[in-house]
Design a binder for this molecule. Structure first.
Ligand SMILES: Nc1nc2c(ncn2[C@@H]2O[C@H](COP(=O)(O)OP(=O)(O)OP(=O)(O)O)[C@@H](O)[C@H]2O)c(=O)[nH]1
Ligand SMILES: [Mg+2]
Length: 320
């Protein structure tokens, strides 16, 4: 397939071609990488305005069920939505693509939705530069809202934050991690915290939400986080949550935060991709095989010395 065929399909929002385009950006074959780079550059110019929402939380907390529930509401309002779900089958939760798809039955069958499970590929919570590329493609296809589901493993939130405008964190009262995640700083990253499965104990869920909200009065945020109870399963509070998302989006836009964040996110990804690609080049270049092998075989070697040798070999000219 030629780049123009991919582009045409993306612009028509052809599901099969969207899927193929994302697969192309995930490929590690050199010829695919070149094609993907060209395709993504074109997509960035086609880019339309979409809101990017991250949904995070521990395995089984109800992320997919929540996305289905919110998605149903959005579709009713005629929004076009894309869901990029990290396939957890190779990860902690033993979920599966099929599992996620059945949990998002309504979305799977809707013309207004596109669901793409991505392989975990061993990265933190599954979020990677591939997810960022998938967002670019979905944006070019004109989706109004792009939702990224990721398994919360602490650092995953930081990465998903680096590609979204609004971050939602799901938790449960019985997780007992309410205070823990404040410590981990996750709270500071999130815009909305949902105490899910409130159908199981509405009173206690409410209490936890109120006590968390109170603890927030001491934090200095430009836009205050909201803590809400919800039942993803029976749809309780979904309308309210959507209203909250829209309010936060409006506030962030008014203060120029979304625009500013996206610029910073681009710089973050530039640095990350540069580091990753340089490391890959070095790792696979026979010129450095000796240094790397020597280092691996001698546990007492100073890592700085090994890196210095590689830098000297790579940047001979610049170091003169
Ligand atoms: N009672 C109740 N059960 C829920 C609710 N939300 C989700 N569940 C159930 O919790 C289980 C896990 O839900 P998922 O939506 O798959 O959770 P997840 O966070 O996406 O899980 P992973 O993707 O595996 O990390 C399923 O059996 C859901 O039916 C809720 O609000 N109330
Ligand atoms: Mg899930």
């Amino acid at each position: 397939m030629e780049i123009k065929d991919y582009l045409e399909g993306i612009q028509k929002c052809d599901r099969a071609i969207l899927g193929k385009s994302i697969t192309l950006t995930e490929s590690s074959l050199k010829k695919d990488k070149i094609k993907a780079e060209k395709l993504l550059s074109k997509c960035i110019h086609l880019k339309q305005k979409s809101l990017r929402i991250g949904v995070s939380g521990t395995p089984g907390v109800g992320k997919s069920t929540f996305i289905e529930s919110l998605g149903r509401k959005l579709i009713k309002e005629n929004y076009k939505i894309a869901v990029l779900a990290i396939d957890p089958s190779s990860n902690l939760s033993k979920g599966s693509i099929l599992g996620d798809k059945t949990r998002m039955e309504h979305l799977v069958n809707s013309d207004l939705a596109f669901i793409r499970p991505s392989p975990n590929s061993g990265t933190l919570g599954g979020v990677s530069k591939n997810t960022k590329d998938a967002i670019t493609i979905c944006e070019a296809a004109g989706f109004d809202i792009i939702i990224i589901e990721t398994v919360g493993v602490g650092q995953a939130e930081t990465l998903v934050k680096s590609m979204t405008d609004i971050l939602i964190y799901l938790t449960l009262i019985q997780n007992g991690d309410e205070l823990q995640f404040i410590k981990k700083g996750i709270l500071e990253l999130c815009d909305i915290i949902l105490i899910n499965k409130c159908d199981q104990n509405h009173k206690k869920s409410k209490q936890v939400a109120v006590s968390l909200q109170n603890s927030l009065t001491y934090t200095q945020q430009k836009i205050k986080q909201s803590i809400l109870v919800c039942s993803a399963l029976n749809g309780f509070n979904i309308t309210n949550i959507w209203e909250q998302i829209k309010t936060i989006e409006k506030q962030k836009n008014k203060q120029g935060i979304i625009k500013k964040n996206r610029i910073q996110q681009n710089i973050f990804w530039f640095k990350k991709i540069l580091k990753d690609e340089l490391y890959d080049l070095i790792k696979t270049n026979p010129k450095f095989k000796d240094v790397i092998d020597n280092f691996k075989n001698k546990p007492n070697t100073n890592p700085r010395t090994a890196v210095s040798k590689i830098i000297k070999k790579t940047f001979k000219e610049d170091l003169k």
